[in-house]
Ligand binder design. Structure first.
Ligand code: UDP
Length: 434
C-alpha cells in the first residue's frame, strides 16, 4: 500500500496515531460507518487534481464507506463573513464535511457584529488587526501565522472569498502548502489594477493559484476563460452573498436603528481609491441634492475608517443631523432591514450592488467602474461616478422614480440562494468521490 492510497478514519483520533490510522484503514478498528478523513498528505503528494483523476479507488472507497473531510474557510472582513456563512452552514449540515472557520481579524470591529448576526464563531482567531495596518504588513502576518493553523487543522481544502488582503494571503499560504484552494467569487474584474485597489490585484493572484474558481456569474466565468484559466477549474455557482441575504431575511433581527421613514436614501462609502477628493465630491453631491429636495433624508452608516469620516467635513452643517442621519455601521441583520426599508441606495459597496436586486431597490453606484456589470445591464443599478454634479443629478432623477412596491420584477443576476450548495457539491464530488 503506497502512501498515495492511504486514507484514515475517526477524525478526532486520527492525528498522531499511526497505528490507529493503519487499523482503521485496514478495516480492523472502527465501525465501517466511520467517516474517513482523506489524508491531506495524499493530496499534497500529488496535487488534488492529478490525485483525483488518476488514483485507483482506496479500500475505503471500494468498500463504499462514506469519506469525511475538513475544509478550512478563512475570513477577515465583514463581506467575507457574510458571504462565507452559507458555505460554513452547508459544510456543517453535511455529515461528510466539517468546516473550520479561521478569522484573521483584518477588520475586527466590523467583523464582530457581523459574526454575531450570522450566529458564527471562528474556530481560530489570529486577531491581526492593528492601527495603521498596511496590505504588506497584514500579508506578512498572515503568511507567517496561518501555516501553523493549517498544520493543526490539516484541511482537505482551503476556501477564501472575494478580494481582500486576507483572501489573497490566505490563498497564497495554502498554495505554498500545496493544499487546494477554492476561490469564492472568482472572476470579478474591472480591468484596472488601481480601482479597486488593492482588490483587483488580489483577485488576479487568487484566480491564478486556485484549484477551483467559483464564479458567481457567467460573465465572471468568461473573464476567467479570457485569462486562459483552465475550464475544468471554473464553476458558475451564483454569489453566496445572495444565499446569505435570503437567510437573513428569513431570520430577521430586531432593527436597532430608528430609520426616518420609508423615503430615506441609504448611503454607504468605503472604497480606498475614493479617499480624499472623490469622497468629498460625492458628499457634496448628496448635500446639493438634499438642498433641492428638503423632504428627502439620508441614513449614512459610517464606516469606521477615518478617511471616510474625514469626508463628512464636506457635508454642510445645515444638513448633518437634520437631513443626514449618521449611524454606526449596523450589524448585518439590521443593515438588511435598512436595505429593505429604504427608497434607494447610493453606495460604492460591492455586496450592496449584489443584494439590492433581490429587494427591488436601485443602487446608484458611486464609482467610475464596477466589476459587477450584470445589475447595470439588467437595469437594476446605475453607475453614476464620483463627480459632485453627477451624483446630485442621479439622486434627483432616481428620487422621482416611482417607489418600487410589489413582487421583484426580474431575477437577481447574482444568484438564486443555492451557491453554497453548489460549492459543497463540487468539493464532495472532487475530494470525496465515494
Ligand atoms: N453591510 C453591513 N453593515 C453596513 C454596511 C454594509 O452589514 O453598515 C453589509 C452589506 O449588506 C454587504 C456587505 O456588508 O453584505 C458589504 O460590505 P462592504 O461594503 O464593506 O464591502 P464590499 O462588498 O464592497 O467588499
Amino acid at each position: 500500500m503506497t502512501a498515495r492510497h492511504q486514507c484514515w478514519g475517526q477524525r478526532r483520533k486520527a492525528r498522531g496515531n499511526a497505528s490507529a490510522r493503519r487499523r482503521v484503514f485496514e478495516g480492523q478498528e472502527g465501525d465501517s460507518q466511520d467517516r474517513v478523513l482523506i489524508s491531506l498528505r495524499v493530496l499534497r503528494a500529488t496535487g488534488a487534481g492529478s490525485f483525483l483523476e488518476s488514483s485507483t479507488p482506496t479500500t475505503a472507497q471500494s468498500k463504499g464507506i462514506a469519506l469525511f473531510m475538513k475544509v478550512a474557510l478563512v475570513i477577515g472582513t465583514r463581506p467575507e463573513a457574510i458571504k462565507m456563512a452559507p458555505v460554513v452552514r452547508a459544510l456543517r449540515n453535511d455529515p461528510a464535511t466539517e468546516p473550520i472557520l479561521i478569522s484573521t481579524g483584518q477588520h475586527r470591529e466590523l467583523l464582530t457584529g457581523t459574526l454575531e448576526s450570522l450566529a458564527m464563531v471562528p474556530d481560530h482567531d489570529l486577531a491581526l488587526m492593528t492601527d495603521s495596518q498596511t496590505p504588506n504588513g497584514l500579508s506578512a502576518q498572515i503568511l507567517q501565522q496561518l501555516p501553523e493553523v493549517f498544520h493543526q487543522v490539516d484541511p482537505a481544502a482551503v476556501l477564501v472569498q472575494g478580494d481582500t488582503t486576507t483572501a489573497m494571503a490566505a490563498g497564497l499560504a495554502a498554495f505554498h502548502q500545496q493544499t487546494p484552494v477554492g476561490h469564492i467569487e472568482a472572476g470579478l474584474r474591472t480591468g484596472d489594477l488601481d480601482s479597486p485597489f488593492p482588490e483587483e490585484g488580489n483577485r488576479l493572484i487568487l484566480d491564478r493559484i486556485a484549484r477551483w474558481c467559483f464564479a458567481p456569474t457567467a460573465g465572471a466565468a468568461d473573464n476567467l476563460r479570457a485569462e486562459s484559466i483552465d475550464a475544468d477549474r471554473i464553476v458558475v455557482t451564483g454569489n453566496t452573498g445572495i444565499d446569505s441575504l435570503l437567510w437573513m431575511l428569513a431570520h430577521p433581527e430586531t432593527v436597532t436603528i430608528d430609520a426616518p421613514s420609508r423615503d430615506f436614501i441609504l448611503l454607504t462609502l468605503h472604497r480606498r481609491e475614493s479617499f480624499g477628493a472623490p469622497l468629498r465630491a460625492i458628499v457634496h453631491g448628496v448635500c446639493d441634492f438634499l438642498q433641492i429636495q428638503p423632504e428627502a433624508s439620508v441614513v449614512w452608516p459610517m464606516h469606521p475608517n477615518p478617511n471616510v469620516r474625514a469626508a463628512l467635513e464636506a457635508a454642510k452643517s445645515t444638513v448633518v443631523g437634520k437631513q443626514i442621519q449618521i449611524v454606526p455601521p449596523p450589524a448585518y441583520g439590521a443593515f438588511c432591514q435598512l436595505l429593505a426599508q429604504c427608497r434607494l441606495v447610493l453606495s460604492d459597496s460591492g455586496g450592496v450592488q449584489e443584494e439590492c436586486p433581490s429587494l427591488g431597490k436601485r443602487v446608484l453606484v458611486a464609482r467610475e467602474t464596477t466589476e459587477r456589470p450584470e445589475a447595470i445591464d439588467s437595469g437594476h443599478n446605475l453607475l453614476v461616478g464620483r463627480e459632485r454634479a453627477a451624483v446630485s443629478a442621479a439622486l434627483e432623477q432616481a428620487w422621482h422614480e416611482p417607489i418600487y412596491d410589489g413582487p421583484i420584477p426580474a431575477p437577481n443576476p447574482y444568484g438564486d440562494g443555492q451557491a453554497a450548495e453548489r460549492i459543497l457539491s463540487v468539493l464532495k464530488n472532487q475530494l470525496l468521490r465515494c
